[in-house]
Design a protein around this ligand. Structure first.
Ligand code: ADP
Ligand code: MG
Length: 337
């Protein structure tokens, strides 16, 4: 049986659970949601679309797709130091709740979406449901104390350049899915690609300490380039400081890929959703103190380089202090092939 648009909304998107202090004065069901922004805060808004066959494979596990559709958006809020509060979801479905011949598709999709929403107390407050080729657009809204949002354009000369956790696992996951690589533990990398962890807690701790921040979605060098151009500086990067996961290093040790290839994936692959930020030495010490006081697990941090004044290359790479060359591309939907 095919549900009507409104029955679909009621069955899958409208929920009766109430999140305390959510600031939702009016949720799903009217022409607009009404949201209460606390005094002294700014609203941080970000939208990301996931299009079938461009951002995901048609046969992707719907739970993971629902999870990731929200995760990539929360990652943008994290990169601004915002606390996620609300989300809207515009979904275009080819045939009601049944996608790819799977009658459980939409319930699995929303299960993944709400698993992450509930983890961060984010409330789905509205959206749009239409028929057509499968596509998902999520818009998240968060709050940040006025003036404390982390921007791309405030990196200072001589700042340290840091990244959270490991870089490159998601890119290897995509390479596995595209049959570009065969690895000993492919599922680990596919999980890194599909079940990414938005660094919301870290973003909030960076407020007032990091001079600039971005989340790595399109590749470390491309996203670093955004900070450097916006902040009018250049960077020196120490290749050996780029944090590769233990699993990735094991794949290198076993000979499944060379160290250089691993580094190249880490530099340009994307799909990391780790935070890349600039910070003064003194503020990094303060950040480490803040992190040490947290009760929840926090990602590790690595210093991978420094901002410098303009040099011939926007990003200069070094390996044990010797200048080396790596390509610095990244993901670009409109790049000429
Ligand atoms: P309108 O026609 O006034 O734009 P709709 O009929 O599109 O309203 O939607 C009815 C209500 O359901 C609105 O409050 C809208 O925000 C909400 N809604 C529609 N689709 C979704 C969805 N996929 N997720 C969450 N809320 C939705
Ligand atoms: Mg509408």
């Amino acid at each position: 049986m095919n549900l009507s648009e409104f029955a679909l909304i009621d069955s899958y998107f409208k929920r009766s659970t109430i999140v305390q202090n959510s600031g939702v004065d009016l949720g799903i069901g009217d022409d607009c949601a009404l949201l209460d922004i606390p005094e002294g805060h700014q609203l941080a808004v970000s939208t990301d679309s996931l299009v079938c066959a461009v951002h995901f494979f048609e046969d992707v596990d719907p739970y993971r797709l629902g999870y990731k559709a929200l995760a990539v958006n929360l990652s943008d809020l994290a990169a601004m130091g915002a606390l996620p509060k609300w989300v809207s979801l515009a979904i275009t479905l080819p045939n009601g709740a049944r996608v790819n011949n799977n009658p459980n598709w939409l319930s699995e999709f929303t299960r993944g979406f709400f698993a992450l929403a509930d983890k961060f107390d984010v409330v789905l407050v509205g959206g749009d449901t239409t028929k057509g080729p499968l596509s998902i657009t999520v818009s998240v809204k968060g709050i940040v104390p006025r003036g404390l949002a982390l921007q791309r354009n405030k990196a200072q000369l001589g700042d340290l350049i840091c990244v959270s956790s490991n870089i490159g696992d998601g890119a290897l996951g995509l390479a596995v899915k595209l049959n570009e690589l065969t690895l000993t533990d492919p599922q680990y990398f596919v999980d890194a690609l599909e079940l990414t962890e938005p660094r919301v807690d870290l973003g909030i701790l960076l407020r007032g300490l990091a001079s600039s921040c971005i989340d790595i979605s399109d590749g470390l060098t491309q996203d670093l380039t955004h900070i450097l151009k916006a902040s009018h500086c250049a960077a020196k990067i120490a290749i050996e400081s780029i944090p590769l996961s233990k699993r990735m290093q094991e794949e290198v040790n076993i000979g499944k890929l060379s160290n250089d290839t691993a580094v190249q994936y880490a530099l340009t692959g994307g799909d990391d959703y780790e935070l890349l930020f600039t910070i003064s030495e003194n503020n990094l010490m303060l950040l480490e103190q803040r992190i040490a006081q947290q009760t929840q697990p926090m990602p590790s941090l690595s210093v991978i380089g420094r901002t410098t004044s303009q040099q011939s290359e926007l990003i200069a790479f070094f390996k044990e202090d010797q200048a080396v060359t790596y390509s610095t591309g990244g993901w670009d939907h409109f790049k000429q092939k």
